[in-house]
Design a protein around this ligand. Structure first.
Ligand code: HEM
Length: 304
């Protein structure tokens, strides 16, 4: 295996790790474990959190006062949040290695690859800092959205690096390129709208003590109606892109992947609507939305 192949493999690995961290964050939310560790970067003042109440520090009540859910020690919430943080920290280490590798490999040729990797490192550092702010503000909603936007930036950077190294591109007309960019913008708008809906769900859920899920959808406001209707426009754009890609085999294959992720996010959205937001549909909805954005981005990068 030559060094470029290993580098590409490692970059793909970093991409998968980023997705894993996004899913872990969603699982934290799904299980309402966000405040499982009320302080940061330690958890109940310790680097390895307690496994039972007898290991809590003497001043543990000062930590519990910060919580919006448990107000008592919940080992399950604490460890889910702790695993999420560990994964985030590991990701930071992996990206750091990636940046050093990129510097050594590309400092003389293709320097932009190194800069993209460096940007990824800075973005992940910023995300860690934002994570602390989210904890300090007891999951203040706007910061949760900012967290999501930075996550999207981090996730597209390895895709960009892979495309810069793999030079194989296909010639596509201007109208197909314009359609792709439009669809990508629509998906990004839909993701931001979705994050607003999610913020409202967080508020509603907290107001109902995370119970009575059958009431959550009914309490959503106009943002949800816009998000739901906008999904039809996103779906139409993806189907149109699929039809337009049929004559270019490589793009045709890729457009099927786009269609698949669109259908997954749509289906998870409908499941939440009709089935009182089953917890498992929340990470699936988020993950398929992010994968839809990534697949559209890499589809555009395939065009010359
Ligand atoms: C292709 C279409 C769609 C995309 C790309 C999309 C994307 C998203 C994203 C990224 C979020 C934020 C999730 C989070 O931060 O955890 C979200 C939230 C949400 N979306 Fe969608 N969505 C789509 C279609 C729909 C549809 C059709 C519905 C329902 C009819 C729906 C209902 C919701 C609800 C209820 C939330 C809040 C979920 C939560 O609190 O976990 N979405 N959406």
């Amino acid at each position: 295996m030559n060094s470029t192949t290993s580098y590409l493999r490692y970059t793909r690995f970093v991409l998968i790790m980023v997705l894993l961290v996004i899913v872990a964050g969603a699982v934290v939310r799904m299980t309402q474990s966000g405040m499982g560790c009320p302080d940061w970067p330690t958890c109940f003042g310790r680097w390895i959190p307690p496994v039972n109440a007898s290991q809590l520090p003497p001043d543990f009540e000062k930590y519990l006062r910060k919580q919006d859910i448990d107000h008592t020690f919940n080992v399950y919430h604490t460890w889910i949040e702790y695993m999420n943080r560990l994964l985030g920290a590991l990701l930071g280490v992996f990206i750091f290695i990636h940046t050093i590798w990129s510097f050594r490999k590309f400092r003389n040729n293709n320097r932009s690859v190194f800069y993209i990797s460096l940007l990824m490192l800075l973005a992940v550092g910023f995300q860690g800092w934002l994570g602390k702010k989210v904890v300090d503000a007891n999951l203040a909603t706007l910061k949760v959205t900012a967290h999501m936007i930075v996550a999207l930036v981090i996730v597209v950077l390895p895709v960009l690096i892979i495309s810069k190294i793999k030079a194989s591109k296909v010639i596509a007309g201007r109208s197909l390129k314009a359609l792709t960019v439009t669809t990508l913008v629509l998906v990004l708008v839909q993701i931001i709208l979705g994050t607003r809906v999610r913020e409202q769900i967080d508020e509603i859920a907290s107001g109902l003590n995370y119970g009575q899920r059958n009431l959550w959808i009914g309490k959503l406001g106009q943002d949800f109606l816009i998000h739901r209707s906008f999904a039809a426009i996103v779906a139409a754009a993806c189907v149109f892109l699929f039809i337009r890609s049929r004559s270019i085999p490589i793009l045709a294959r890729h457009s099927r992947v786009i269609l698949f992720f669109m259908l997954c996010s749509f289906a998870a959205g409908l499941a939440m609507f009709f089935m009182n937001i089953p917890a498992v549909a929340q990470p699936l909805h988020l993950l398929s939305g992010v994968l839809l954005a990534i697949s559209l981005f890499s589809y555009r990068l395939k065009m010359k």
